[in-house]
Ligand binder design. Sequence first.
Ligand SMILES: NC(=O)c1ccc[n+]([C@@H]2O[C@H](COP(=O)([O-])OP(=O)(O)OC[C@H]3O[C@@H](n4cnc5c(N)ncnc54)[C@H](O)[C@@H]3O)[C@@H](O)[C@H]2O)c1
Ligand SMILES: O=C(O)C(=O)C[C@]1(C(=O)O)C=C[C@@H](O)C=C1
Length: 362
Amino acid sequence: MRTTTVIGTGAIGTSVALALTRRGVGVHLEDVDRNAARTAEAMGAGSLERPDRQVDLAVLAVPPAQVGRVLARAQESGLARAYLDVASVKKVPHDDVRAMRADPASYIGSHPLAGTERSGPLAARADLFEGRPWVLTPSELTGQDVLNTALEMVSLCDGMPVVMDAGVHDHAVALVSHAPHRLSSLLAARLEHAAEDSVRLAGQGVADVTRIAAGDARLWGDILRSNATAVADVLDSLAAGLGRAVGALRAVSDADPLVRRRAQEELEELLREGNRGCARIVRKPGTRRTELATVSVTISDKPGALAELFTSIGDLGVNIEDVRIEHGQDQTRGLVELVVRKDSAAELSRWLESGGTWAPAR
Ligand SMILES: NC(=O)c1ccc[n+]([C@@H]2O[C@H](COP(=O)([O-])OP(=O)(O)OC[C@H]3O[C@@H](n4cnc5c(N)ncnc54)[C@H](O)[C@@H]3O)[C@@H](O)[C@H]2O)c1
Ligand SMILES: O=C(O)C(=O)C[C@]1(C(=O)O)C=C[C@@H](O)C=C1
């Protein structure tokens, strides 16, 4: 693949453009918002010049409801050999392609499972798709050469291709992306009118579960409308879980000791169900939470200390999968929690104990 046009130079389009430019693909940029396109160009994501011949691939990184229209117009102008969209839902764009009488043979639906709550080109990252699943939903009419071009593009972006039926995809993302967004947003909305004294205490826990609630309301409205039934089904099952939790919480202080004990058991069972679901999430390709361990270390809270620690751990050959930092009350020391693979944890602890520069935290 030598040339691409990215239509829609927001967070995802510009990330694709940056990744492809980095791999030597010639990228042309288009957006209805000239400022977004200019910013993407200034970031080195490609050129605003129109291609002088047909490009190999046009990437449509526009909101789901726009895909059919943008595709039909681009095909009419003969812009590309192949066309791919990146919308977070797949059934509606597939149906729109038919409704708009666009050419289904040169089109393939896709959805990278990587993103950000921020919009626009400045939220883009060239490495956004590294190691992330990238779903491809060819229809029975999609040409083999178009599927091959899409596979090549995913590989150039370092994504992991997963070929799937559009309807199956939409059911899956209702559970793992769209309902979580709804839930995050509902929880964040409880904070809108909460007392300042309460909100001031918000820490990492609530920040983690509400991060995605900051996403663009128009884009998410479009996504949810396009997958409404599947998301409503997941929310129904969440409502049942909430009902169990509320029932148990009301009963933990019941006068009857038997009711109290059952309520306590129910609460703990609900928490264990959550633990088991959590352990199934693949945090990085090939890495499950149960395969990870945390090693804590205290460091001086001064510039460069963290970089020095990371470099030494890298020299040891240990990969840091995740990290959390807490600054001490006295501002002179910080606690660093390093998440590493279980098989590296013992080696890392031994090295920390013997090193002398950093103190393992107990
Ligand atoms: N943000 C995410 O986390 C994420 C992840 C995966 C997929 N997606 C999907 O990627 C697509 C883009 O999302 P985003 O987060 O980059 O949004 P964004 O708002 O950052 O960017 C969208 C861009 O498309 C442009 N645009 C809209 N209509 C257009 C049209 N008709 N022609 C040309 N340009 C047009 C807008 O001006 C904007 O610059 C959406 O379909 C979304 O569902 C988003
Ligand atoms: O991590 C985030 O900020 C995201 O919003 C990512 C996320 C997701 O739910 O996983 C959101 C929507 C996209 O369609 C794909 C990815």
